[in-house]
Design a protein around this ligand. Structure first.
Ligand code: SAH
Length: 218
């Protein structure tokens, strides 16, 4: 069960959450503003209602998680989103990250490999607020060749290495933010494609994501 009541108390908790994230080093006001406006408790079962605004990851269906707000903010800030940009997200999950991108004006294409999670988002009424998000059931390792190239790509699951097809689907001057690593901890990487298609790689902090798994799950 989920509740769709956004009370003053929820709004107050969201303000506190953005203050916490700001103190942890997020300075992009557009990112903070998106987090301030999206009712994160809508994305979780109502049992988690009171703790939805703690800066923590939480379990959702099928053994997956809704990422920690700080992590969502961190990846989004590294992407440097501009209105109207075409953004590919790998790992829809709860769709919270997709809403943050859409709230910032991006055209979002998001892929989920688990059918149950993909289907449950179809009946999630709040998402109608963001008609600029397109949902796909598929394997993120393949990307979305039909809709490529993308200005930005964000991967929200841990990749053992950089998926080459995603790099191909990035526009020149495009950026991809992806947690890469084999074990429990991954390094956040930002790849920037130059006009001549060469790739510059920057390394940021360590995070811990659920694994990016190959193939679809029906
Ligand atoms: N962005 C999500 C976080 C999701 S957790 C949010 O805001 O809540 C990671 C998600 O990636 C899970 O739902 C998992 O099923 C999905 N995933 C893992 N490997 C994938 C792949 N190869 N393609 C698409 N989705 C994948």
């Amino acid at each position: 069960m989920r509740t769709f009541d956004d009370s003053y108390r929820h709004k107050g908790l969201r303000k506190q959450l953005t203050d916490i994230i700001r103190k942890k080093g997020i300075s992009d006001e557009r990112v903070l503003n998106a987090i301030l406006h999206i009712p994160r408790h809508f994305f979780m079962d109502s049992g988690f209602d009171k703790i939805a605004y703690e800066d923590r990851a939480f379990p959702i269906a099928e053994g997956q998680t809704i990422s920690q707000p700080y992590t969502v903010a961190y990846q989004t800030q590294l992407l440097d989103i501009k209105p109207q940009e075409k953004v590919l997200e790998v790992g829809t999950g709860s769709a919270y990250q997709a809403c943050v991108l859409a709230e910032m004006g991006a055209q979002v294409y998001t892929i989920e490999r688990q059918k149950k999670i993909f289907e449950s988002n179809k009946s999630f009424a709040f998402l109608k607020k963001y008609p600029s998000i397109r949902f796909f059931f598929g394997d993120g390792y393949e990307g979305l060749p039909t809709y490529a190239p993308f200005d930005k790509i964000i991967v929200t699951a841990a990749a053992p290495s950089i998926p080459p097809k995603l790099v191909e689907q990035l526009k020149p001057m495009g950026k991809m933010v992806i947690p890469v690593g084999e074990g429990n901890v991954q390094q956040m990487l930002r790849l920037t494609k130059s006009e001549d298609n060469s790739i510059r790689e920057e390394i940021f902090d360590n995070f811990s994501f659920v694994p990016m798994v190959e193939g679809k799950k029906n």
